[in-house]
Design a protein around this ligand. Sequence first.
Ligand SMILES: [Mg+2]
Length: 293
Amino acid sequence: MPTPQNTIAIVYDYDQTLSPSYMQDEVVFPAFGINKDNFWRRCSELVATEGYDSELSYMKVLLDTLGMDRPTNEELRSLGSKLNFYKGLPEMFEEFRNGLLTEEHVAHGISVEHYIISSGMKVLIEGSRLAPFVRAIFNCEFAEDREGRIMFPKRVISHTQKTQYLFRINKGLLDMSQDVNDHMDPEIRPIPFPNMIYIGDGPTDVPCFTVMRKNRGEAIAVYNPDDPARASFKKCYQLSTHADRVKHIAPADYRQGTHLRMLLEQMVEETANRIVAERRAAIETGTVRAPKH
Ligand SMILES: [Mg+2]
């Protein structure tokens, strides 16, 4: 029996995509009196001189810097409530709960789910105002020692590994104990790639943009419209105009009526209409049940 495949997933990167700042800079460093420049300089040194992966370098420098004062995941989670986002967030998620799909879409069982995949710290996003709207959060995680203090990386998500989590969403394997490489026929994957929209901000999202493009999903690169140096706009312009990695770019402004909101709403509407058309065709051939009224 094929699965209904009537879920639409919007998948977000976090840093610079949902928020103009880096989550560590915004809430972790001020709480523990860590000097931001020294911290990131030490990370760059580990990458350049010792060949560290950049995500592992920040996790190591955080543990080294905090030393005996390592916090618990619970303490970090409460810092997440202080995270701030681009304009229009988290309100957009609230508005999407009711205003995004038509009655007909809903009658066909169509729903929209949100996911976050990033190389940041999972506990911080879990404690943030975004968490109630998000189906799953895939980020780096720390294990805890006997006293509950963070002690060792439990999960590391580098920018190339982010694509694995697109396949987890595609196959519905949200539990980490399930092997994402297990074969699954396309017709039983709960969220086919054409039902997925990926939003990222730059070069670290290129592997995800590529997976989306190859599999006929949608993607948008966003930039910070308030950056006077235009660095993030230039990254996006490069990705779309010269590298042909992504079709759409938009300012990271999630308020109603913005370019980004119109793109997102249009993509969801077209995807939902296509699902309805496919289901109608399948109802005619008797392969799926008609929607209940
Ligand atoms: Mg980013």
